[in-house]
Design a protein around this ligand. Sequence first.
Ligand code: SAM
Length: 218
Amino acid sequence: MAYKYIDNYREQGARKKLVDELKKKGIEDRQVLEAIAKVPRHYFFDETFWNQAYKDIAFPIGEGQTISQPYTVAYQTQLLHINKGDKVLEIGTGSGYQTCILLEMGAKVYTIERQEKLYERTKLVLPHIGYKARFFCGDGSKGIATHAPYNKIIVTAGAPTVPDILLGQLTIGGTLVIPVGDSESQKMVTILKTGEHDYEKHVLDTFRFVPLVGERAW
Ligand code: SAM
């Protein structure tokens, strides 16, 4: 790969500043902040745009998609309450940055992306920079039944409703984090599975995601 992965004091300093900014915005989970301090976000950008990598903004990654804003990544990850060894399904691999944050926290990650070009690129990049996940290409709005159940499911694109099929792929005690709303804005929703057919739902803050496109989505 021609692209050079260099992580020196300048990038490490920028990550520290980003972590401070996220703390000020209300992110408290120490493990999440440590993961953000470790994962080189600039590796997910073209070298020309490295100066954008540690701003708290979403950024285009091609195919009309974005790498999520660091605050959004931290917010969703915090809600998952990751324990070491958790089996996590991520729907919407995109750049793979969120995947690396989960891996850095000790999760086993199954990640699915519907855009073939992004899937191909991310599947190559992650092992190259030292992160191992299971990659799938297809419609994640149906989950991945063959590897279920999962302790946690995170959806990184905005859905019109909660796809019931995903709840069926959670372990009891498991959590789904999913943005739900229309194309303009979505509320972050967490659903804790408390029994085979029992759930505890919380509707939280407003975000704006790219749409979840698929059979159980838009
Ligand atoms: N976590 C990613 C990151 O940090 O780069 C976020 C990527 S972006 C906000 C959401 C991704 O979800 C896009 O790459 C999009 O193609 C993908 N997506 C949308 N609908 C999907 C579906 N049904 N199954 C899998 N991926 C989907």
